[in-house]
Design a protein around this ligand. Structure first.
Ligand SMILES: [Zn+2]
Length: 654
């Protein structure tokens, strides 16, 4: 709770309360609604948490809703509504609508005068956001009545969303005649990026949604857009892919590529592009355009062309996020020499938590616990090449040393899927950007390029089932705006082709003889010392190169089951290989000793249920869309009645 206002403020409030103001308006459940007649006022500090990011910092009492103190505002159902609007509308129309509400609940006060928000802003939002309210069966809030609490431009109104627009209002208004799916090949500020993601998710609501995996050090949401035939849910045997941009804040092309990809996937899906429809119907794709939005701000302040090699690379704590993950590769090299000890799914060593762990890093690790990712790419800039694990050299003194994983062949296949359809990576001229990788087909083992520890890709491979590659998109880390369209043209096919490789190899379900899924069963492939484990539904995905493989499924208490699998060279759909395990009569003798799964200390708070709970803070509204027990009231009603003495009957449609 915020601290109580100082005595001086209370005195102001008492004085304000003595003013003439309210007359009863019988139409609306007892609230007092008549806006004060005069615009002159006493300005006080704006201290409302929900409105702390408004474009102004002074307000006044009484408010247009006749609240006469901060406490009165904070306990009102109008304020509670604004505080939970984001969750209620699942991110749609926010923070826009919240800031619009703040402009009424805590009016802007400047130089002893109250300023009113603009009617046209209100009307625009009402048009865009009414469907979101309809979707949850909620009436448009009375205090967002555009004709009552807002003013026209010629009456001297202000735009309550000016901070969000960042002075780029024109950017949001598309020239008439262009389809709403038009992609603007420009750099995107944080607010613009968030808006594109949310608008795209709203436009493609049946196959997309946005969610946050946590916040950056400076408090920016790490926003993800997800594409799937059933957004928000893991489907049995549907593989999950993630693409991450801007882990280094000054390497910005990846951020833009993912913003464009977001719009491309949505529009092509709607236009009926069969390839994109097939992809979204068979794959769950998560795009995180900016893993380091704070670093981006530093780099963007310098701008394209002026950005130094490292300005903005780190997060706001000065941590390089791609050096901040637990070093499991050293542990791997130690374990790899011991037979019959597993060297996959290595736990995070406890001493890792004694060091500085960035919130961005933590958010990614928690995300990886929550979703059974199969494939991933991290998009960088500064060179033109695809690199793959290990990034940390097997000899600590060797800065450049070929250090393959047991899945070398698969990683090469994944990297080539990106590089071989990229016209610049396939360009034969040696003096081009990345020309020194030409002879290797523009792919390289990370440690063979340069060795480093604490990278994200090694962590993906050694801690989870996910295979991650690193893509360097070009030699300029912060390209000028006019180069962005060409970069997109060069990478579009690569991105799609890469995501499609998640359907290589085999997948299936491991169950017992009663058909019950066996979670955490191990899928072993002979000759590749790296096991994959089944997800909670018993499903698994094993990326594999073409050829003949001996595959074994194994779980404690069951007899191991061996199958021979042949993957033809051109097969582009994962072959389905299910395993039905028979119980062992005499206990889990047949099971190799495993590593300790979770330490006594789990700072990530353990895994959330699959495909849910990806937002960092669970809250009462998460149980949404459950019919309320009390009869015909909408599901959200009980939340308001439990928190406020004033029942917001104005939110009910009937
Ligand atoms: Zn980088």
């Amino acid at each position: 709770m915020p601290p109580p206002p100082p005595l001086l403020l209370l005195a102001v409030l008492v004085a304000a309360a003595a003013r003439p103001g309210c007359e009863f308006d019988g139409s609306l459940a007892g609230e007092c609604h008549r806006p004060p007649a005069a615009d002159s006022a006493t300005c006080v500090d704006l201290q409302l948490r929900t409105c702390s990011d408004a474009a102004y910092n002074h307000t006044t009492f009484p408010t247009p809703l006749q609240h006469r103190s901060r406490e009165a505002v904070e306990t009102s159902s109008e304020y509670i509504l604004l505080s939970v609007l984001h969750q209620l509308l699942e991110g749609q129309c926010n923070p826009d609508l919240r800031l619009l509400g703040c402009a009424v609940l805590a009016p802007r006060c400047e130089g002893g005068r109250v300023r009113r928000p603009c009617r046209h802003v209100c009307e625009g939002l009402r048009e865009a956001c009414q469907p979101a309210f309809d979707a949850i069966d909620m009436a448009w809030p009375y205090f967002l009545d555009c004709h009552r609490y807002f003013k026209r431009e010629d009456e001297g109104c202000y735009d309550p969303l000016e901070k969000l627009r960042g002075g780029l209002e024109a950017d949001e208004v598309l020239p008439s005649g262009l389809p709403p799916t038009f992609i603007r090949f420009s750099h995107h500020s944080y607010a613009q990026m968030a808006r594109v993601l949310r608008r795209t998710a709203a436009r493609c609501a049946h196959v997309a949604r946005t969610y946050s995996i946590g916040r950056s050090f400076d408090g920016r949401d790490l926003l993800v857009i997800e594409f799937s035939s059933r957004p928000g849910q893991h489907e049995l045997m549907e593989p999950e892919v993630k693409l991450i941009g801007n882990i280094h804040g000054n390497e910005v092309a990846g951020r833009e590529m993912l913003i464009y990809l977001t719009q491309y996937l949505c529009s092509e899906y709607l236009l009926g592009n069969p390839r994109i429809q097939r992809l979204l119907n068979t794959t769950r794709i998560h795009l995180l355009p900016s893993m380091n939005p704070d670093g981006y701000e530093v780099a963007a302040a310098e701008g394209a062309g002026y950005n130094g090699w490292t300005s903005g690379r780190q997060n706001a704590q000065n941590l390089d996020l791609n050096r901040n993950f637990p070093d499991l590769t050293s542990e791997y090299y130690r374990l790899a020499g011991t037979r019959s000890v597993r060297s996959d799914h290595i736990p995070i060593p406890e001493h890792y938590w004694w060091g500085k762990v960035a919130p961005e890093t933590k958010a990614i690790m928690k995300w990886m616990q929550t979703i059974p990712f199969v494939l991933s790419a991290s998009l960088h800039g500064g060179d033109l090449v695809v690199s793959y694990p290990f990034d940390f050299s097997k000899h600590p003194q060797e800065e450049k040393m070929f250090s393959p994983t047991p899945d070398e062949k698969t990683f090469k296949l994944l990297s080539r899927a990106y590089a071989e359809v990229h016209p610049m990576m396939m360009d034969r001229s040696e003096n081009r950007c990345g020309g020194n990788f030409l002879k290797r087909g523009s792919i390289i083992n990370g440690a063979d390029w340069y060795s480093f520890t604490g990278g994200m890709s090694d962590f993906n491979y050694l801690h989870t089932n996910c295979f991650e590659i690193t893509v360097e998109l070009g030699c300029v880390k912060f390209p000028p705006e006019e180069a962005l369209y060409t970069i997109w043209q060069h990478n579009k096919e690569s991105l799609l082709n890469f995501v499609e490789t998640v359907h290589r190899g085999i997948k299936g379900v491991v169950m017992d003889k009663y058909g019950k899924p066996v979670k955490n069963a191990r899928i072993l492939v002979k000759g590749i010392r790296h096991d994959i484990t089944t997800a909670p539904d018993g499903d698994y995905w094993r990326l594999l190169p073409p050829g003949t493989h001996i595959v074994i499924a194994q779980a404690p208490g069951y007899a191991r089951l061996i199958k021979k699998v042949i993957i033809p060279a051109r097969m582009k759909r994962a072959g389905r290989v299910d395993f039905i395990l028979q119980p062992l009569g005499v206990g889990p003798k047949n099971f190799l000793p495993g590593l300790r799964r979770t330490g006594p200390h789990d700072p990530l708070g353990g895994a959330s249920p699959l495909g849910e709970g990806t937002e960092p803070n669970p809250d009462p509204l998460r149980a949404r869309r459950q019919p309320s027990a009390g009869g015909s009231k909408p599901w959200w009603w009980s939340y308001f009645t439990s928190l406020s003495a004033h029942r917001p009957r104005w939110l009910l449609k009937y």
